[in-house]
Design a protein around this ligand. Structure first.
Ligand code: C2O
Ligand code: CU
Ligand code: CU
Length: 517
């Protein structure tokens, strides 16, 4: 199809038309949730060794329809890697892909050479070894492609997996801990499919600007799965593995639950709530009680991330329920934009998804009491900060963006040859992130788990007071982060900071910093 004939401006690659988008799910029998295999590696000497193979595969997301995908040791996504704090691990990654890829350990504190960012490419047929000590607190992390300008399409096709880090403090708590039984990893990804079953990945301007979104919800690679609960209390570990879509999760009957963890670890204490908001890259752990024996669905509203009207508003709002019909909250799109219809054709990406139907089994393991305290969070003293760095996120509009130069941090588009910031090891800094654009951006920093100091001068809400590696910055907002740089230095090899909307990252909303002695 000629792009010109369709009146579409810059239209690259083997993209398919949104107009051809098919809803393939209707009429298909519901599938059971698939739990990715738990992979603990092999002990060799003092190391825990993992063999990971990147490969093309074919997946069946819909009955009898084959979809070309990418996976790690399997056709789509990869195994859940199980690591213990204190382990020394060796990741042997081989690639049978037809293009250069990388594997990045999102959320990990490790040497830059082991980070798996764009400076550690794995060529087709090639291999890469990463060796590092596990210095994380217990939490769920994830691994995914970080290939230069190709993270979006590679993650979209399946190059991602989850990582469980365990430590003795969290194992000693009375929390559901039986992988796949009452401790359930959920990677949430929206996807668009063409009528032949292939994934639609479009680099039309609209999809680059808004990020690539789909109308079909995949959870661990299964369309709207069903899960049979054999326990009264479930621990759900959510990762927003979508390229661009933000979600607000909640249960269809409005039941409350507890959030127990953020990106990089457990909260100090369980937080009662009825909703959790996650932008791409963010994670949360929640505990839900199903002891009433009634089926319940985890829903997610895909949130609108455009508009100046939400300037300065808080993140939280009521969770989606069966009876609430509006998948978009005012705070996500300003009243002005809503009234004037200013965003016109941009508004078609809002939707409500069913993430997981939970059906309690007739006989279930009894609930254990929720611990009152979960963790003692490391304290970083803002008074120790040696400096404040500013990061201004922007999206140029018009011709500049169409030429690909519009996605910037501090006015600069990502350049692999340029080190943007140099920090000193064993120092504390404040990073002040300002959003000068019309869209919300999830700002992610490699190598550190940081704390949110304030949003527009106000203390973060309880759900954001834990360890974070990705933080949403809403239009017009200024968010200050407190970071401590430790252990690893390299004068030449940088870590990344970037927007975790992968199309924005690929389009240049990324910068590089080194940590030096
Ligand atoms: Cu999850 Cu730099 O990435
Ligand atoms: Cu990362
Ligand atoms: Cu962005």
């Amino acid at each position: 199809l000629g792009a010109g004939a369709l009146g579409i401006a810059a239209y690259a690659g083997r993209d398919l038309l949104i107009g051809k988008k098919a809803t393939l799910a209707s009429g298909t029998a519901r599938s059971q949730l698939l739990i990715p295999p738990l992979y603990s590696g092999e002990r060799e000497g003092g190391e825990r060794v993992f063999d990971l193979n990147l490969r093309h595969g074919v997946s069946q997301f819909f009955d009898g329809i084959e979809t070309p995908t990418i996976g790690i040791n399997q056709p789509y996504l990869g195994p859940t890697l199980e690591l213990n704090a204190g382990d020394t691990v060796r990741m042997n990654v081989t690639s049978d892909l037809s293009e250069t890829a990388t594997v990045h350990w999102h959320g990990f504190h490790l040497p830059a050479r082991a980070d798996g960012g764009p400076h550690q490419p794995i060529e087709p047929g090639g291999s890469w070894t990463a060796r590092f000590d596990v210095r994380q607190r217990a939490s769920m992390f994830w691994y995914h492609s970080h290939a230069h300008r190709r993270s979006g399409p590679q993650v979209y096709q399946g190059l991602a997996g989850m990582i469980y880090v365990r430590d003795s403090a969290s194992e000693a708590l009375d929390l559901p801990n039986d992988y796949g039984i009452d401790d359930i990893p959920l990677v949430v990804q929206d996807r668009a499919f063409a009528s032949d079953g292939s994934l639609i990945y479009s680099t039309r301007m609209h999809n680059v600007m808004m990020g690539m979104m789909g109308d079909t919800m995949l959870v661990n690679g299964i369309v709207e799965p069903v899960f049979e609960a054999k326990s009264d209390r479930l621990r759900l570990r959510l990762v927003n593995g979508s390229n661009a879509r933000f979600y607000r999760f909640g249960f269809d009957d409005g039941r409350s639950f507890h959030q127990i963890g953020t990106d990089g670890g457990l909260l100090a204490a369980p937080l009662p709530t009825d909703n959790v908001v996650l932008a791409p890259g963010e994670r949360a752990q929640v505990i839900v009680d199903v002891s009433d024996g009634r089926p319940v669905s985890l829903l997610a509203d895909g949130l609108e991330i455009m508009g100046m009207g939400n300037r300065g508003r808080g993140m939280r709002g009521p969770g989606p329920t069966r009876d609430s019909d509006r998948p978009v909250d005012n705070w996500m799109m300003g009243e002005r934009e809503r009234r004037d219809g200013m965003m016109g054709g941009m508004m078609d990406e809002r939707r409500r998804f069913t993430v997981l139907d939970i059906r309690p089994a007739a006989s279930r393991r009894r609930a254990i009491a929720m611990p009152r305290q979960l963790a003692t969070l490391p304290q970083i003293d803002p008074g120790d900060a040696v400096r404040t760095r500013r990061f201004v996120l922007d999206m140029g509009m018009g011709m500049r963006m169409m030429r690909g130069g519009g996605f910037t941090i501090n006015g600069k588009s990502m350049d692999m040859q340029r080190i943007d910031e140099t920090v000193r090891v064993n120092t504390t800094e404040i990073w002040q992130v300002e959003n000068a654009s019309m869209m919300a951006h999830p700002f992610h920093i490699h190598d550190v788990q940081f704390r949110i100091l304030d949003r527009n001068g106000r203390a973060p809400e309880a759900a954001e007071q834990g360890l974070k590696d990705t933080v949403v910055v809403y239009p017009g907002e200024t968010v200050r982060l407190l970071l401590r740089f430790e252990d690893y230095t390299d004068p030449d090899l940088p870590y990344m900071y970037h927007c975790h909307i992968l199309e924005h990252e690929d389009a240049g909303m990324m910068g590089q910093f080194t940590v030096t002695a």
